[in-house]
Design a protein around this ligand. Structure first.
Ligand code: NAD
Length: 315
């Protein structure tokens, strides 16, 4: 029998890639979002434009019977957005999550997937050993986005404990790739750097911070593969999905410059950088066969090409 999936946030970056993957895996898919995907038509069998802050819209989205719900809808952006839109994030994303868990429980679905984030973890010192999923507690996220994700995780887990559905919770690392937000204030570091490098005519770009913050990034196709593996597994505990390749922001700038074939001299300026260091265990997702195919240089080459193309086509 064809499985039915509801993808919430299907008009967004990761959601639209996930819809493609589910369609390729033979699912019947309904997408729901405030907007349709910006870059190409959705591959969902049905696409509903709706505001999931409205409980009635959440109930309607769940109408028709689903095996799996993938909840990726969130008021979301990079550090610039996260640090300037705290109440917006708390209000909007919380309402979406509250409405969807309740509607999904009433609709008697089998599995509920939540896209959480490594922003649930505290800041780390350089050289600290890996944090495992259990180290999210005692909790000290760096920003309200992380606290809202922890709340959403707990909401999903509490419904699952009541036997209303099975929970699958992924904590995504920074995700990047083609068709992600690359301008407008919500873009994340890899996309912002690709845009700045593509636009630079004098070999300089401004970059927030001093270049020492350490990060890891996961290419969107790999992340979506991790999501599918997690949902298909028996693992109901929160699970990090990311790579083991860590770079400083300074190194990230140079990788983007190489992808562009340009010499780039960053000018470090004050700005919202977020945490200083990240280092997470990926043992749990790797135990489910997750094995990222794209290293950062390869993934950035694809991403840079796509963003440079958008920059050139911009009126
Ligand atoms: P995105 O902003 O591209 O997608 C989120 C989508 O949610 C958007 O299309 C937006 O319109 C939709 N949405 C927001 N409010 C809504 C509402 N009220 N009703 C209906 N739809 C609504 O973001 P993304 O990068 O694709 O992220 C997807 C999920 O993964 C989010 O939950 C995000 O927090 C999580 N995540 C992403 C990253 C990353 O690096 N991109 C990292 C960690 C976690």
């Amino acid at each position: 029998m064809t499985k039915r999936a509801l993808v919430c946030g299907a008009g967004g970056f990761i959601g639209s890639h996930l819809v493609k993957r589910l369609a390729a895996d033979g699912y019947w898919v309904r997408g729901v979002d405030l907007k349709e995907p910006e870059w190409e038509a959705s591959q969902a069998d049905e696409f509903m434009v709706a505001d999931l802050r409205d409980p009635k819209a959440a109930t309607e989205a769940l109408n028709g019977g689903f095996d799996e719900v993938y909840q990726l809808a969130a008021d979301m952006g990079g550090m610039g957005f996260i640090h300037s839109a705290e109440t917006q994030i708390m209000h909007n994303s919380m309402l979406v999550n509250v409405n969807l868990v309740e509607a999904a429980a009433r609709a008697e679905i089998d599995r509920y997937f939540l896209a959480s984030s490594v922003c649930v973890y505290r800041d780390m010192d350089l050289g600290e050993s890996e944090l495992t999923e259990d180290d999210a507690y005692p909790a000290l996220p760096d920003n309200e986005y992380g606290w809202e994700k922890l709340y959403a995780e707990r909401a999903v887990a509490s419904y699952a404990r009541e036997g209303r559905f099975q929970a699958r919770i992924a904590r995504f690392q920074n995700c990047y790739g083609p068709q992600g937000t690359w301008k407008g204030g919500r873009e994340k570091a890899p996309a912002a750097l690709c845009r700045k490098v593509a636009e630079s005519t004098d070999g300089t770009i401004e970059v927030w911070g001093d270049g020492t913050a350490v990060r890891s990034f996961v290419y969107v196709d790999d992340l979506v593969d991790g999501v599918r593996r997690l949902v298909d597994s028996d693992c109901s505990d929160p699970t990090n999905i990311g790579t083991r390749e860590y770079v400083s922001v300074r190194e990230l700038v140079q990788l983007v410059a190489s992808a562009a074939g340009k010499e780039i001299d960053p000018v470090w300026v004050p700005g919202p950088v977020g945490v200083q260091n990240r280092n997470f265990s990926n043992d749990r997702i790797e135990s489910l066969g997750f094995d990222p195919k794209f290293n950062l240089a390869e993934g950035l080459a694809h991403t840079y090409r796509w963003i440079a193309n958008q920059v050139t086509q911009r009126p």
